[in-house]
Write a protein that binds this ligand. Structure first.
Ligand code: AMP
Length: 637
């Protein structure tokens, strides 16, 4: 696709990348040696039904085996899972052997509840070891897990329960944030009540944080079962490489989240390759990703990636600034972390703290800090790089791809980074910047849509869970002339082949690295009885990158005084909190009489956003009521 780019590579990166694009089958057949196969594959790739791609057809393997069992001989007594909680003041390390047993126990619990290969298990849990045990247990027996971020509330959870139809839900009484208990069980019960689908059982980890109601016959106690099954031996179920390992829901332009469905074999190989070539992972060393298991980073780089590479992984329950801003760096020192992975938003939070915390601990074990999930601005990048004196590696990817699309791949070759750029294409990703109209590559430094030529490499989504048509329609139909995967990000590519990401082409916003659909938030706000219509946009924020801001038209035309506005705003925020979770709560709700729309009735969200950020709203010839934008401007003052 397009002309050949010469990267600032001395050869190793250029060679590896070029081979992965020129001869993907040969390249990925070789990478498959990074993992264990129970039965070798017959065919590296079946792409006979584009845009679907089936990797390692006929091969049999298991993600849990590769993450745990395979390391028992060499690393059995070495740390595998390091749990650190500054919320409940606990630290506990599990060796690979101990993890192996805990996973077998959890697998036996699931089997006891009738879970079989292909059944779904929904995991709604805080950052505690049992969440990792449950994920690996599913992978071990071929059950498909669907982890739902613990910050999501009952409505979000109910819609995921109805889509995934889990046989069992694994949950806990509560999480904790900034020392305050966050109840999970009441939200879960509410979600199950709301959902049409009912799980047979709920497996409850009781942390003793809250008192909760038990549903007789349905709810099972983890600790009791653990005792009963303490010596359980559950052999690995060998799975087809193309079987489904998990579903992870992500926001899009519609109100209904999409279940990103991933395979077993391709994902394991992609993670192993990424650990080697991107993250410089080494068996026996420690990896610390500060994300949450509810997000894709948590799946790929808290649980599976590091373990597949034979690394210990840190599971951290807590904030980056509590008890103080030194906590991450203390963890790096105490557990000799060699790779740290976080998000720009967390670094921007640290930037507000005393920088002395960053030089207080011994960071000699740390090779690099990886940042992903949202644009990394130059000042934040420079600040953290000089504060810790380590390379900062920006990397760009999506829930859909499961692993990085763009990065400077230091495990292949030390190539220079460029400030503001997540780097160059990762091997396997035939990624380019395409003209929105012609689907042809843009010129150097010309803005276009970041798009990937099919077939997608191993590890990427297989389809949308239960909806192949939506997969094709959503991701592969942006361009009229050609079937290409759209990332829905704007970008440019410079003369050296480095990409720069310029924001989303759709109505998805990114709050503190969390992806939210404005439509979902609008639907939630609209459910408040006073609201007639609403527009939600993402507005630039110094710490969170973006925040959601809502503009609502009320059913009643009576003007509100300041106190009434405040009360209603708080009520609306509460509705969003209750339905979607605090993560989706708008930073402000403003009340207006009219919203900017085209004459055909389409909300001009981008113009609203521009006005909110003090930018020019652009061409306004199609606007129905030109005073609408003035109202937006006035309401914010
Ligand atoms: P998610 O699927 O939640 O990980 O969100 C993926 C989206 O986050 C991408 O489509 C981008 O809009 C944004 N994103 C992720 N990583 C980066 C990065 N390194 N630089 C800029 N934007 C990013």
């Amino acid at each position: 696709m397009g002309e050949q780019i010469k990267y600032q590579s001395r050869g190793a990166y250029q060679d590896l990348y070029d081979e992965s694009i020129r001869n993907p089958k040969g390249f990925w057949a070789r990478q498959a040696d990074l993992i264990h196969w129970h039965k070798p594959f017959d065919k590296v790739l079946d792409d006979s039904k584009p845009p679907f791609a089936a990797w390692y057809v006929g091969g049999q393997t298991n993600l849990c085996y590769n993450a745990v069992d395979r390391h028992l001989d060499q690393l059995g007594d070495k740390p595998a899972l390091i749990y650190v909680s500054t919320e409940v003041d606990q630290e506990k390390t599990y060796t690979f052997r101990q993890l192996h047993q805990e996973v077998q126990i959890a697998a036996a619990m699931l089997q006891k509840m009738g879970v079989k290969k292909g059944d779904r298990v929904l995991i709604y849990m805080p950052m505690i070891p049992e969440a990792t045990f449950a994920m690996l247990a599913c992978a071990r027996i071929g059950a498909i897990h669907s982890v739902v971020f613990g910050g999501f509330a009952s409505h979000s959870l109910a819609s995921r329960i109805d889509d995934a139809k889990p046989k069992v839900i694994v949950s806990a009484d509560a999480g904790s944030r900034a020392g305050k208990v966050v109840a999970y069980k009441p939200l879960l019960d509410e979600a199950i009540n709301k959902a049409n689908h009912k799980p047979d059982n709920v497996l409850m980890v009781n942390r003793g944080l809250i008192a909760f109601d038990q549903v007789h016959g349905r709810d099972q106690d983890y600790t009791t079962l653990r005792k009963e099954l303490a010596n359980a031996k559950v052999p690995v179920t060998w799975l087809q490489a193309t079987d489904t390992s998990y579903i992870l829901y992500t926001s899009g332009t519609t109100g209904k989240p999409k279940g990103v469905q991933r395979d077993v074999g391709g994902y394991t190989v992609a993670l192993a390759a990424s650990m080697k070539y991107i993250f410089m992972g080494e068996a026996g060393k420690t990896f610390f990703a500060t994300s949450d298991i509810g997000w894709v980073v948590g799946h790929s780089y808290i649980v599976y990636g590091p373990l597949v590479a034979g690394m210990a992984t840190v599971m951290y329950e807590g904030l980056p600034i509590r008890p103080d801003a030194g906590i991450w760096w203390k963890i790096v020192q105490d557990y000799k972390v060699s790779v740290l992975f976080s998000a720009p938003t967390a670094v921007r939070v640290l930037k507000k703290q005393d920088p002395a915390y960053l030089s207080k601990y011994d960071l000699s074990s740390l090779k690099a800090l990886f940042l992903a999930g949202e644009p990394l601005d130059e000042t934040t990048s420079q600040w953290i790089s000089s504060a810790i004196g380590k390379p900062i590696v920006d990397n760009y990817w999506q829930t859909e791809t499961g692993w990085p699309i763009l990065a400077v791949q230091r495990g292949i070759e030390e190539m220079p980074g460029k400030l503001g750029s997540p780097g160059v294409p990762v091997f396997g990703f035939n990624v380019n910047v395409l003209s929105e109209d012609t689907a042809q590559p843009c010129k150097v430094n010309e803005k276009g849509v970041v798009a990937i030529e099919g077939p997608l490499p191993p590890g990427c989504m297989q389809t949308v869970w239960g909806d192949d048509e939506r997969f094709v329609k959503t991701y592969w139909s942006s361009f009229k002339t050609r079937q290409v995967y759209s990332t829905f990000d704007w970008g440019i590519r410079d003369e050296d082949g480095y990409f720069f990401i310029l924001g989303r082409t759709d109505d998805v916003i990114n709050v503190a690295g969390h992806r939210l659909g404005t439509r979902e938030i609008e639907e939630s706000i609209s459910s408040h009885s006073a609201v007639a219509e609403v527009a939600v946009v993402g507005v630039a924020d110094q710490v969170k990158g973006q925040v959601a801001v809502a503009f609502a038209i009320l059913k009643s035309m009576d003007a509100l005084d300041a106190a009434q506005s405040k009360t209603l705003e708080a009520e609306i925020m509460k509705v969003v909190d209750g339905q979607l979770g605090a993560v989706a709560r708008p930073a402000r709700v403003y009340f207006v009489n009219v919203l900017p729309k085209t004459r055909s009735g389409k909300l001009l969200r981008r113009s609203i956003q521009a006005v909110c950020e003090g930018r020019d709203p652009g061409d306004m010839t199609t606007i129905e009521d030109p005073t609408a934008l003035e109202q937006i401007k006035a309401s914010m003052n």
